[in-house]
Design a protein around this ligand. Structure first.
Ligand SMILES: [Ca+2]
Length: 404
């Protein structure tokens, strides 16, 4: 899908193609997110020490039902483990023992494959999965319960509380759906038996080798049994669904207990999401997007959509090309974000558009999808408005604009 393909592969997420993520999200619901939580040994102690726990206790990892053989006698896996141990200064016997517990999961191999049939993208349907009463109520309760932490994270990073609340709501419904796959099995399967029919199998396999390396390093250093943590089928864990590589790079010990735990510590989850966006260039005060008026007679959609979600056009240039943002004085770059509403050849309404800023792009660094980003933004805004006693805002993309 053109609206979600990033021009440069920046990191994160179990990066199957972004369009695939949207399909997965539509097919499986919000529990399949990009990132993963873990438990990492910590270097920087934090000041405050309010250990808050997730409302829903982490459930025990799903045993490898229908799992295949373990990696105990898999020569390549064992050699890889020995090299990891040497590189990271881990006990090679502990790494071998961990890999001996890991099971190959055929279901995970299936789940990472792109869908066989393309599905028509549908923003209205996608939005309705997330901007809905159960999630909104849970978000209001979450904000009430953790208002101080959210405010502290916002003060430290400039990332608004509503964005953190939006992410945690879309990713895991505030910790209710953190994934039931055994992360060790999922990552070992994808590291050593990534399905060869995947169009980017080699690159993906290497990516998951790296993630498994982070995961084993983090768990073994923290004294945690690697077979314990559960997460998504791609190895994303905790309230914010961080991948192990993201934990290593971006997670913070926000409750100051000396370790990072994105599954049990709401504080660590909140602080880590805020720090993640700060690391990806969140600009305090800059809106994420503007409404845009498309002139069907003269909009040059080919030119407008070529840069995809990367902010490229000045407000003036966007207007010249037939798409006028409501803030024509916006000084930064903008991207025309296209949101489909099903297959127009089958009578579905036309696409909708918004003008995304650099901050919209920053939100897509969490998950390379404009649909995902807008759902996170609108869920957070809706909850914030209701919290302030205001009516829920209308979606800026509410008025469909039929493609010329
Ligand atoms: Ca902590």
């Amino acid at each position: 899908m053109r609206t979600v393909s990033p021009p440069t592969p920046l990191h994160r997420g179990p990066s199957v193609a972004p369009s695939f993520w949207l399909s997965v999200a539509l097919a499986l619901g919000p529990t399949v997110g990009p990132a993963l939580a873990a438990f990492a040994a910590l270097h920087t102690p934090h000041a405050a020490a309010t250990t808050e726990r997730a409302q829903a206790p982490a459930k025990k990892a799903k045993p490898a039902r229908n799992g295949g053989p373990t990696y105990a006698h898999h020569p390549a896996a064992q050699a890889w483990g020995d090299a990891l141990a040497q590189r990271q200064g881990l006990d090679p016997l502990a790494v071998r023992a961990a890999l001996a517990q890991a099971r190959k999961l055929p279901q995970v191999q299936q789940l990472v494959l792109p869908p066989t049939l393309p599905t028509a993208k549908n923003w209205t349907a996608y939005r309705a999965r997330f901007i809905e009463p159960v999630r909104i109520r849970a978000g209001l309760a979450f904000w009430d319960a953790h208002a101080n932490l959210l405010a502290r994270a916002e003060a430290e990073t400039g990332v608004p509380a509503r964005l953190v609340v939006g992410v945690l709501g879309v990713e895991t419904l505030y910790g209710r759906h953190m994934g039931r796959w055994r992360v060790l099995d999922a990552l070992a399967t994808l590291a050593f038996d990534f399905p060869t029919q995947h169009p980017r199998a080699e690159a993906r396999q290497r990516y998951f080798e790296g993630e498994l390396g982070h995961f084993l390093t983090q768990t073994l250093r923290a004294g945690i049994d690697p077979s314990e943590p559960s997460g998504s089928y791609a190895g994303a864990m905790g309230l914010p669904q961080f991948m192990p590589g993201s934990v290593a790079q971006f997670a913070v010990d926000f409750d100051g207990d000396g370790r990072i735990d994105l599954t049990h510590s709401v504080a660590d989850a909140i602080g880590s999401v805020a720090h993640y966006f700060k690391a990806f260039g969140w600009q305090p005060g800059l809106p994420t997007h503007h409404a845009v008026q498309l002139d069907p007679q003269r909009a040059d959609l080919d030119t407008l959509l070529t840069p995809d979600i990367l902010p490229t056009f000045s407000a003036q240039r966007l207007t010249q090309l037939g798409a006028t943002p409501d803030d024509v004085h916006h000084s930064g770059r903008l991207a025309l974000i296209e949101l489909h509403n099903g297959d127009p050849t089958r009578g579905a309404p036309g696409a909708q558009y918004v003008a995304g800023t650099d901050n919209f792009y920053a939100v897509t660094r969490y998950n390379w999808s404009s649909y995902y980003a807008l759902a996170v933004i609108e869920l957070g805004e809706t909850i914030e408005h209701l919290r302030q006693g205001k009516a829920a805002p209308a979606s800026l993309a509410d008025s469909p604009t039929t493609k010329p």
